[in-house]
Write a protein that binds this ligand. Sequence first.
Ligand code: NDP
Length: 504
Amino acid sequence: MVTTLRTQGPARPADSFPTMNPATSEVIATFGVFGEDDVAGAVESAHRAASWWAGLSWKDRRTRLLAWKSYLTRYIGRLAELVHTETGKPLADAQLEILLAIVHIDWAARNARKVLGPRRVRSGLVAINQAATLEYQPLGVVGVIGPWNYPVFTPMGSIAYALAAGNAVVFKPSELTPAVSDWLVSSFAEVVPEQPVLQLITGDGRTGEFLARSAVNKIAFTGSAATAKKVMAACAENLTPIVAECGGKDALIVAADADLDAAADAAAWGALSNAGQTCVGVERVYVADGVYHSFLEKLIDRMAQVRPGDDREADYGPMTLPGQVEVVERHIADALARGGRAVVGGLASIRKPFIGPVILTEVPEESRAVAEETFGPTVTVAPVADLDEGVRLANASRYGLGSSVFARNKKAGMAAARSLRSGMTAVNSVISFAGVPSLPFGGSGDSGFGRIHGADGLREFTRPKSITRQRMKPMVNLTSFSRTDQDMRKLLNLATVLHGRRYK
Ligand code: NDP
């Protein structure tokens, strides 16, 4: 059983670093910095493990992944305590995050065979003599580079799906959350002790760069767009493919007929939970003119009751990344300097490492607080003429990750959801798509590309394999030098019948 933390790292670490409780600065454990050779060694043993793992039957992999899920469920208390200690988030939020991860392991394990296993596909009239089969084979070794804000849920979106697809994984977590990651990897080794199918490598950005340049078959990166560009450049050297899950500037749009209490409640939680350090957190709110003031009053009322802290009653914790406090401060200062108003909190809300809730109004669209990812417990609120204008402003962002719409009219809500240029949209709730494992998760623009979760998330970690098997002689042998003019005429006649019809 994984009960205690220990110093982790390569056999002879050249260097080590501590991981700390962000609320108290207390050191939790020390981890080794993996250098280039250490990373190469981990990837090499992962390739051997990958052959073994891919050689297991679908059922055997599924049983092992379900055993891991069960282990995490039974020890959720211990893991949640560790997440709470290492990130500062409230215990209940840590439990919620782990529960979501459990749901994803379960889905990936149960659906891998159905989504990826061999299936017959139609071969079409021209190739009617061929039996066509499609299957999705594992890539080999997937390098997962993760962030610190949801140290269980976020990397699990790649790890669970990559493992279920038959790959081995080498996991480089953020240097802020190695202890949680060590627990996760050790718990997997409890249920799959035979081979190092899931390995941990620790260190800073350099270790991540070594992984991107190593002999992995794909990188699953989650983090900022700026780092994604560096990772892509490193991957380019070996033409290593990458899936990039980056930041967001998610908008919530409130229609004139919306349930304003529900919208304000959801906006407050979407903006403040996890101290706003959520890639799909609500950072901008656009409200239909007619209900702007009533909505704002309700939002002010709710947000003014929410409090950060490290006690058990606190609604959210400290800023996990100390440097993020300056970003939040810059965004608030810029908004105020450009004529914006803080109707809840303001610069005085910043009391390191905590930041109290901040609502900004009358902030110009080009200001940092509207245009850039803030990643803090702040939100901008602006009136719009209607849903269409809300959608237009929401879409005028270089990010495209998540979004929300509140509208009682189902048709209007769904239409707005479809026109929002984000990978995921929640109607009459926030962030709910993250808890539906069959839905793909990911963005466009500076929010990245590729998908985790769902069937697309499983396929992301595979290569499609197409097979044709000739089951009878063809009527016309097209792929032979013995093909005659008469054969070609027959084919062209068939093509005319099949495809030559006029369309109006
Ligand atoms: P960073 O981009 O700073 O880091 C992400 C990971 O990359 C970390 O493990 C980091 O290691 C590593 N890294 C840093 N430099 C390099 C490099 N040159 N080569 C390879 N790896 C490197 O992001 P944060 O950890 O600060 O996470 C916050 C960001 O993540 C936000 O923008 C947030 O929106 C986004 N995010 C996106 C999600 C999504 O699913 N779309 C989900 C969660 C977060 P180290 O920490 O040790 O420096």
